[in-house]
Design a protein around this ligand. Structure first.
Ligand SMILES: NC(=O)c1ccc[n+]([C@@H]2O[C@H](COP(=O)([O-])OP(=O)(O)OC[C@H]3O[C@@H](n4cnc5c(N)ncnc54)[C@H](OP(=O)(O)O)[C@@H]3O)[C@@H](O)[C@H]2O)c1
Length: 232
């Protein structure tokens, strides 16, 4: 099995990569940085805030017998009200969190043979289901990912392709993204205190737990549900 994972340098993506390599799978990582060295690991150094051409994946995708695409890379973006931001604060968040995953989904749907088993996992967020002041671009980018995931699932079902599509909210996870959230200015981010409290009370989920829950979800028979929360 081949697993393509974006954002493998830290957090959830790093833990997922380590897990799949330990299971003996071929893993293809995409991101700006890499710390993993393994004979079954191939890394493509790409900045997803700029990359729109994913043709470097075409040969790998079309040659795979079974494929999982995990669109994991994500950025919280600048934590401030939109009225306080400039244009260049908004665009990279949408590019990394929404546009790059959409283009990667398109790449695998176009090049992976439709008779072979395909799974797409888009790492979404609870923030795509409710508004959080200071995170407008992030919330919008994850909401877009949810509806995009649901729509491509239906499109492929119409074509009779057998595939699984998941848009998964992992919960509040102890990664560098949460460190950035705790460093935000409380004046521009009214939920700041609640994120400090979660850390103080040791209520963040570990990346290992997220991997365990995601792997368990993917091992269940697929029922056509696209939106999942690992908190449940
Ligand atoms: N942590 C949470 O509580 C939480 C909650 C809900 C959803 N999520 C989602 O979970 C996913 C993983 O986040 P995480 O918590 O594991 O955070 P993280 O440790 O900050 O990891 C983010 C990953 O995305 C990559 N990335 C960021 N900007 C990139 C760019 N321009 N081009 C390529 N790769 C880029 C980073 O790699 P490089 O910097 O090396 O490029 C890094 O590997 C994200 O989609 C996030 O939105 C997290």
């Amino acid at each position: 099995m081949t697993i393509i994972i974006t954002g493998v340098s830290s957090g959830i993506g790093h833990a997922l990569t380590s897990h799949y390599l330990a299971q003996g799978h071929q893993v293809v990582g995409i991101g700006r940085r890499n710390t993993i060295s393994h004979p079954d690991f191939t890394f493509f150094e790409k900045d997803l805030s700029e990359t729109t051409d994913f043709s470097f994946l075409t040969a790998i995708v079309s040659a795979s017998n079974e494929l999982i695409l995990i669109n994991n890379a994500g950025v919280i973006g600048r934590i401030e009200r939109i009225s306080e931001q400039v244009q260049s604060d908004i665009i990279p968040t949408i590019q990394v969190n929404s546009i790059a995953p959409m283009l990667l989904c398109q790449c695998v749907l176009q090049h992976f043979p439709d008779t072979r088993p395909l799974t797409i996992v888009n790492i979404s967020s609870g923030a795509g289901k409710r508004p959080i002041p200071g995170w407008a671009s992030y919330c919008a980018s994850k909401a877009a990912l949810d509806l995009f995931s649901q729509t491509i699932y239906l499109e492929e079902k119409e074509k009779k392709r057998t595939l699984r599509v998941y848009s998964v909210a992992p919960g509040v996870v102890d990664t560098p993204m949460q460190e950035q959230i705790r460093r935000a200015d409380p004046e521009s981010f009214s939920a700041h205190a609640s994120f400090l409290t979660l850390k103080e009370k040791n209520e963040l989920t570990s990346v290992e737990k997220v991997v365990e829950k995601l792997v368990a979800l993917l091992s269940k028979p697929y029922d056509g549900n696209v939106i999942y929360s690992l908190k449940e």
